[in-house]
Design a protein around this ligand. Structure first.
Ligand SMILES: *Cc1c(COP(=O)(O)O)cnc(C)c1O
Length: 370
């Protein structure tokens, strides 16, 4: 395949080190590897992260958890989404850690663990302002006690999630502070009730970078560990983190076109002089967002060439100019740590870098570089 996503594992190690520097040596790191590790490949990323000292992994649901267990990963694995009751036997069987928020599901979990003759570790989630999963503050102690009161369940941790921790707007900073304060008081209430909450964790990328009072016992920064900061400035001379993913392709054809000739569907680009068009076999089906048509560049031999015309399903075109320096079969970088990165692209598209890396299609092989 011409189109390949190169994953620089050395950058993962660097980003993990940077996270450790922020949180200190005594806290744990949980790497969210949901959505195939944000498109980077869940099993290889998990193995590399564990090797670099990350203690926990988190996935969305059982499908992703099973994939990691099948991949030989024995580390503690959190299930971030609400799972289904019928998935509990398999969760127990594979030693996955569901995050629970309500009485009914705690009952179901205890029954499933009891049937297997096992003790299942769960984490209790509290909603401090995200407005998604999580119990109400006033129900925390009751639910924590219900978990610790069941011989088939173990309270392994207490969780919350932030809604606006990646924002530097004053109201948002205050809102996150309120969430942190609420969570602190909940931890205290649970401890005062004589219950050990286990590992207390809250921080996503935004909180890791902007709220150093949000670290508790463990942090869960996904985006940060994949190499992106929450804010716009990424081009610092010594960046704190480096993106892992590079999307590259090959210049598979070069052809001459005349002034006035159009390129691609919709004839959205028309040559204003005689030039050469280069064809790259990468399109929106690979995850090269069509919204970047006529608004991106591709790097060949260290030189950036403008993308021209609409991005097609499987191909896109660049303007190589009147005098062609590039050669057929040259490597062509579409985005990556040393060029335009996924965050730069996301900004142009009015989206977030997560969407760019997650959307790199399964048909694009991942190549891991140590
Ligand atoms: C995805 C996710 C994270 C990581 O978020 P980032 O913004 O990538 O740091 C943390 N916690 C929960 C519950 C999540 O779903």
């Amino acid at each position: 395949m011409a189109t390949t996503a190169v994953i620089y594992l050395e950058n993962l190690k660097l980003n993990i080190k940077a996270a450790r520097k922020r949180i200190g040596p005594h806290r744990k790191i949980c790497l969210p590897v949901k959505a195939d590790a944000y498109g980077h490949g869940a099993v290889p990323l998990s193995l590399a992260a564990l090797d670099a000292g990350v203690e926990y992994l988190a996935v969305s649901g059982i499908y992703e958890g099973t994939e990691l267990r099948k991949g030989g990963i024995a580390a503690p694995l959190l299930l971030l989404s609400q799972t289904l009751p019928e998935e509990l036997p398999s969760i127990v069987d594979q030693d996955l850690i569901p995050i629970v928020s309500d009485e009914d599901f705690i009952d179901e979990a205890a029954i499933a663990a009891g049937m297997a003759g096992k003790q299942l570790t769960v984490h209790l989630k509290v909603d401090t302002g995200m407005g998604r999963l999580g119990c109400k503050e006033e129900d925390c102690v009751k639910l924590a006690a219900k978990i610790t009161g069941s011989k088939n369940l173990k309270l392994g941790g207490l969780v919350t999630h932030f809604a606006v921790s990646d924002s530097l707007i004053k109201d948002d900073l205050e809102y996150t502070k309120e969430q942190i304060n609420k969570f602190n008081s909940i931890v205290l209430i649970i401890k005062n009730a004589g219950i050990d909450p286990g590992i207390v964790h809250a921080a996503n990328t935004g909180a890791l970078v902007y709220h150093d009072d949000s670290y508790f016992d463990m942090v869960r920064p996904g985006l940060y560990l994949y190499g992106y900061l929450p804010h716009a400035k990424q081009q610092d001379s010594t960046p704190e983190v480096l993106p892992l993913m590079e999307l590259k392709s090959i210049l598979v054809a070069i052809k001459k076109i005349k002034k006035g000739e159009a390129v691609s569907y919709g004839r959205s680009w028309i040559a204003d002089k005689d030039t050469h068009i280069g064809i790259i076999p990468t399109g929106y089906a690979d995850g090269f967002p069509r919204g970047l048509s006529n608004n991106h560049a591709v790097l060949i031999r260290g030189k950036a060439y403008p993308l021209v015309g609409r991005i097609c399903m499987d191909m896109s075109m660049i303007d190589l100019g009147a005098n062609v320096e590039a050669e057929r079969w040259d490597e062509a970088v579409i985005f990556g740590p040393a060029f335009i990165n996924a965050k730069d692209m996301a900004e142009k598209l009015g989206t977030i870098p997560y969407e760019i890396t997650c959307n790199i299609n399964k048909r694009v092989p991942r190549e891991y570089v140590e």
